[in-house]
Design a protein around this ligand. Structure first.
Ligand SMILES: Nc1ncnc2c1ncn2[C@@H]1O[C@H](COP(=O)(O)OP(=O)(O)OP(=O)(O)O)[C@@H](O)[C@H]1O
Ligand SMILES: [Mg+2]
Length: 431
């Protein structure tokens, strides 16, 4: 008897409104089977489209190798919500302040975000695995006296490294993965800054308001609620003020938030994500509650290459950068790709190719820049140096090289300015 169990191949299918599950699912299975049969190996995370109305994207969520039995497919067909996120605001005098933001998941707005974020291999998967295990432990009712699992993840690191985007993408992925467990999924983003920065006397009321809305959502046990506490360092900032002015108000607010977070954790259907870019001053009480703390740094050369590669493919697809035919037939990584993967591009024995040589040069030049800056480079290149509707890949790359040099130069000048400002302050202070 053959006792080797074929591993399950997970397939996620994103659909928009109009997709008829009962009518069209068979067609989806058929197309996906046909595509998978064509290739021997398919890396996890590969996405493709199929000609079925209202199907936006198919994603392979398991590494497939040639020995796998293709019949062991597990489909997760999910519908994307089109409703845009709704901001919760309060009026303070003439000012309107946004305190939270509510999105129904999985959301069309967040579709593709997960794939667009590029980190070292394995990081995104381990984060998602952490989130999935946390939710499983809570669903199964693990004894919290024996096993601590707070369902709280904290991402910290320099500005513009994708922390907020990553939290939203994890929430979206979690909603997709758990769509068989919950009927609804929500993302509530709390703008910590607006809760803490001003009007301490009113902050208590704001905290109460935001959290009671989250608890109302959590009371429906068929709802998954992901809470994003963005820029959590504001809490630490509030604590600092305890020692200076307004002590009683700020203590009250900080404690209110921590108590409310503890209240949320009583619900098995909540997952809390937090971000901070001030690594040193994360509130200790908050840090203590996090089960998963992940540093998110600047992209590595491989990640920079992949960020630029995805941008250039998009520009080629829409015609702003001309297609060159195959860059180098021997290098073409897959039928979908024009520029090869980083591994193929940096292989020591690869045939010479000017386009790739320049691209790799730009990658080296871009080291140390945040993902946010890198994502702007193609636009700056076009706006400042290309200035026409379509150009060749080589000219576009030359423009990108100029753009990255300009960004570096501007940052250098800004730093110098800040340093001389600081020097003026110091010298005035010492007078
Ligand atoms: N590693 C990355 N891969 C792809 N895109 C990235 C990466 N890092 C940042 N980006 C892009 O940079 C932009 C800014 O990201 P985001 O606002 O999530 O960063 P952040 O770390 O939260 O910044 P801040 O600390 O200033 O709040 C997004 O458009 C995101 O897609
Ligand atoms: Mg952020």
């Amino acid at each position: 008897m053959n006792d080797i169990v074929a591993p399950t191949i997970r397939i996620e299918v994103a659909c928009t409104r109009g997709f008829d599950k009962a009518e069209q699912s068979c067609l989806v299975y058929q197309h996906v089977h046909d595509i998978l049969e064509e290739r021997e190996t398919i890396p996890m995370g590969t996405t493709f489209t199929i000609p079925v109305p209202f199907v936006l994207q198919v994603e392979v969520c398991t590494n497939i190798n040639q020995y796998m039995v293709r019949s062991a497919l597990q489909f997760n067909i999910y519908m994307l919500h089109e409703t845009p996120s709704v901001a919760e605001t309060i009026n303070h005098g003439t000012e309107e302040v946004e305190i939270s933001n509510h999105t129904l998941l999985p959301s069309r707005e967040l579709h593709g975000l997960w794939e667009s974020l590029i980190y070292e291999e394995g990081i995104k998967d381990s984060m998602l695995a952490f989130a999935e295990s946390s939710m499983l432990f809570a669903r199964k009712g693990v004894d919290t006296n024996l096993i601590t699992c707070n369902r709280l993840a904290l991402f910290h690191g320099p500005p513009g490294t994708g922390k907020t985007s990553l939290c939203k993408a994890i929430a979206q992925k979690l909603a997709v993965r758990l769509n068989g467990e919950y009927r609804h999924a929500h993302l509530v983003e709390i703008n910590s800054h607006s809760l803490f920065s001003r009007w301490f006397s009113e902050s208590g009321k704001l905290v109460q308001k935001v959290f009671s809305e989250i608890i109302a959502l959590l009371e429906d046990k068929h709802s998954l609620v992901c809470v994003l506490v963005d820029e959590v360092e504001s809490i630490a900032y509030a604590r600092e003020r305890i020692s200076s002015n307004e002590p009683s108000d700020s203590i009250r607010v900080v404690n209110a938030v921590l108590t409310q977070l503890d209240r949320l954790r009583q619900f098995p259907n909540v997952f809390i994500l937090a971000t901070s870019n001030l690594t040193d001053s994360i509130d200790v009480a908050f840090l203590d509650r996090a089960d998963f703390v992940q540093y998110i740094g600047h992209p590595t050369e491989r990640a920079i290459y992949e960020i630029y590669r995805s941008a250039l493919h998009n520009l080629q697809a829409i015609g702003i950068v001309e297609k060159e035919g195959k860059i180098n037939r021997r290098l073409s990584a897959s039928a979908f790709d024009e520029l090869p993967s980083y591994e193929d591009a940096t292989e020591p024995g690869r045939a010479s190719c000017t386009t790739l040589d320049i691209l790799l040069q730009i990658v080296k030049l871009s080291a140390g820049q945040s993902g946010r800056t890198l994502r702007k480079i193609p636009f700056l290149a076009h706006a400042l140096y290309v200035k026409k509707e379509t150009d060749s890949m080589l000219n576009f790359l030359a423009a990108m090289r100029q753009a990255i040099r300009k960004v570096q130069n501007d940052k250098h000048l800004l730093k110098k300015d800040n340093l001389s400002d600081a020097a003026i302050v110091t010298s005035n202070g010492s007078l």
